[in-house]
Design a protein around this ligand. Sequence first.
Ligand code: SAM
Length: 205
Amino acid sequence: MQPGLKLYLASEITPLWLATEKFLAARNMAPPFWAFAWPGGEALAHYIAGYPELVRGKSVLDFAAGGGIAALACARAGAAHVEAAEIDPLAVAAMHLNAEANGLTIHPLLGDIVGAPCRWDVILCGDVCYEAPMTRHIMPWLQACAAQIPVVMADPGRRYSPKDGFEIIDEIEVPTNLELEDSASRRVRLLRLTPIRNNTLVQHY
Ligand SMILES: C[S@@+](CC[C@H](N)C(=O)[O-])C[C@H]1O[C@@H](n2cnc3c(N)ncnc32)[C@H](O)[C@@H]1O
């Protein structure tokens, strides 16, 4: 865990995941991604701690923020305004609790902002390419934003991660939980997206 940040996280991972998955599936709700700090979010928090100038004094979006780990790291690093977008209302509730626990201010946004005009100075997104439909949905917008501002994606090597259209700016080894991942740690690449002029990237997903 990123030193100095407190997060409300699941302690009994497997039973919680299974129980809530069943409960939420019956109600057509998403699994509790917000109850875990995913390797992407952790790597972003570490990166921001090392390079606070990326966000200091800036307006930042943590896209698909989960429990808000990267957004909180930005607030702590001195970002002027931090928004954290989520489609899951429970993740938004978790972000409010996590912000309060750290005495930090972030602004969770509930809803799908894909396609919105790019009004931020920087966009961060951690661990977002784990499903094909989601990746197809978000990548053209993120690539379009990358033509205007830095867009940094933390990629722990998920199946639908981009194959091109980025430069690697760092790699961070993040310890993981074997109940969630298939190894005790994951090497997370920090990708700065580069604009794609035509939509050729879509064919990879
Ligand atoms: C694997 S979690 C990563 C959370 C966080 N970034 C981290 O690394 O800990 C992916 C998150 O993306 C969110 N998500 C999926 N589609 C989204 C969309 N269109 N807009 C915002 N959030 C979305 C999910 O609700 C989920 O919380």
